[in-house]
Design a protein around this ligand. Structure first.
Ligand code: ZN
Length: 198
């Protein structure tokens, strides 16, 4: 049961959406939390996909795993491939579909710090600016050029070849121009590049 104040706030927001000539949405983590995703807690979903990493490294959640200092690159990329596959495979959640319904006939634009790509999956990509990046893309780890690369096929191959908690060394993605290791195209070490899709 919604409180009266909560319902009043919803009504106010709906009225403003109806009246607005243009709308800018600032989308943050709460949108995805409302689907049931949690990047910060151990839950059934985390253990289902990352059980081996929880057992071997005591990693408790997605966020912690992302920043965990694996002792080998092969282990780190096994973890990243598991996370990226989860992101690729996840369907658009209900809060996003509901928002799309509210906005679709309006003049709108979305800016989001979310890296789980739910906005980009739900809305036309030209309407979304993922200012902290998007895990479905790789960039050169040494930033030798600005191109970013859609990584679904590579992620599928890496994921399919995980042995325990490692991938084969030859599957670690490398830059085709300079040979350095690639990185996920997200802002976690101050290396977000310009948006320049391949
Ligand atoms: Zn490079």
């Amino acid at each position: 049961m919604l409180s009266q104040q909560y319902q009043d706030n919803i009504d106010t927001l709906l009225k403003k959406i109806e009246e607005a000539e243009a709308i800018v949405v600032g989308g943050v983590a709460g949108m995805s939390k409302a689907i049931g995703y949690s990047f910060y807690h151990t839950d059934e979903n985390f253990l289902k996909h990352f059980g081996k990493f929880a057992d071997n490294y005591s990693i408790k959640n997605l966020f912690e795993g992302f920043y965990y200092r694996f002792s080998t690159r092969e282990e780190r990329w096994a973890y990243l491939a598991t996370e990226m596959k989860l992101i690729h495979d996840a369907e658009a959640g209900r809060p996003y579909l509901d928002l799309l319904q509210l906005l679709q006939d309006k003049n709108y634009f979305i800016v989001t710090t979310n890296q789980d790509t739910q906005f980009s999956k739900t809305f036309p990509e030209v309407k979304v600016s993922p200012i902290q990046g998007d895990l479905r893309y790789f960039q050169c780890g040494s930033r030798c050029h600005d191109q970013i690369y859609f990584n679904k096929d590579q992620v599928e191959t890496m994921y399919a070849n995980i042995d325990g908690t490692r991938i084969p060394t030859e599957l670690i993605p490398v830059c085709s121009k300079c040979g350095q290791e690639m990185e996920p195209w997200i802002q976690f070490s101050g290396c977000l590049l310009h948006y320049n899709k391949s």
